[in-house]
Design a protein around this ligand. Structure first.
Ligand SMILES: Nc1ncnc2c1ncn2[C@@H]1O[C@H](C[S@+](CC[C@H]([NH3+])C(=O)[O-])CC(=O)[O-])[C@@H](O)[C@H]1O
Ligand SMILES: O=C(O)C(=O)Cc1ccccc1
Length: 247
């Protein structure tokens, strides 16, 4: 894994451009996501464990918005079920290129891993094969809000009985005081991880138009509207949470 530290927002910028998943972000991404998302390593590892309970023999598992394939790697470490394969999808060419390299390195290090395919595609335009497990690990928040229900509906329709969607997101809170408190605690988390006030402020303005979090209530209602029967939060750390949705 690349060990380059995230200093993308360390210098004052005359104008902070909207956040994009380009080559500069790819270079620092493992460091950035670990220092920015409380609970990220725990979520990624345990998605592997949870997946072992839902994956069905001879089916496809999808990692949608795979970035560098951290979830795909966890799926391959934990899921030992006959005939499963993983499809990792991302629409950033820079992410897809580096993700493929990392997965080849994992192949070289371990035997009998699930086969994996890395696809550069927009998940809004992707034909989903019947699947027993789909993960959207901090991806839905980057999808235009008006397209989220349609995406979840297509995922629900592709899910096989006994399967699951695992959805992780940054949360917004409907209670203003709760929102403010958890936002401030998240800033404290970033500060404790070495980010300066300038880095925190510039990153906030880079993501504010491209990453639009929903509340837990919105997620639950939309998942039910998409045809899921049950929504179970299994993890929350500050304003970041992960849910299991059952078909
Ligand atoms: N329409 C789209 N189609 C495909 N990919 C997309 C789309 N929109 C955004 N992405 C991709 O979704 C990913 C979101 S990062 C996921 C972390 C990863 N899951 C992890 O567990 O490390 C979350 C974050 O950086 O906070 C990026 O790689 C985008 O290119
Ligand atoms: O950095 C933040 O404040 C976040 O909310 C998480 C994040 C992590 C990586 C890329 C974009 C947003």
């Amino acid at each position: 894994m690349s060990q380059e530290p995230d200093r993308l927002f360390a210098q004052p910028l005359a104008e902070v451009p909207d956040f994009v998943f380009n080559e500069d972000v790819v270079r620092v991404f493992p460091d950035m996501i670990k220092r920015s998302v409380p609970g990220y390593p725990t979520i990624v590892e345990n998605i592997g464990v949870l997946a072992g309970q839902f994956a069905q023999p001879h089916t496809t598992l999808y990692d949608l918005g795979a970035s560098l394939g951290a979830v795909t790697q966890a799926l391959r470490r934990h899921v030992r079920i006959d005939g499963c394969k993983v499809i990792a999808v991302d629409n950033s060419p820079a992410m897809v290129a580096r993700c493929s390299e990392y997965l080849h390195a994992q192949d070289a290090m371990f035997q009998e891993l699930l086969p994996v395919e890395v696809i550069e595609a927009d998940i809004l335009a992707l034909d989903l094969q019947p699947t027993s497990l789909v993960t959207l690990n901090f991806t839905l928040q980057f999808i235009p809000p008006e397209r989220r229900l349609e995406l979840l509906t297509r995922i629900r329709q592709a899910l096989l009985p006994g399967g699951a969607l695992i959805l992780s997101e940054k949360l917004r809170f409907e209670d203003a005081a709760e929102h403010e408190l958890l936002t401030e605690l998240h800033v404290a988390f970033k500060r404790a991880n070495g980010y300066s006030e300038l880095e925190i402020a510039q990153k906030r303005s880079a993501i504010e138009k491209v990453m639009l979090p929903d509340s837990l209530e919105q997620h639950r209602e939309r998942l039910l509207a998409a045809g899921f029967s049950k929504v179970v939060p299994w993890f929350q750390c500050l304003n970041f949470a992960s849910l299991v949705a059952l078909p």
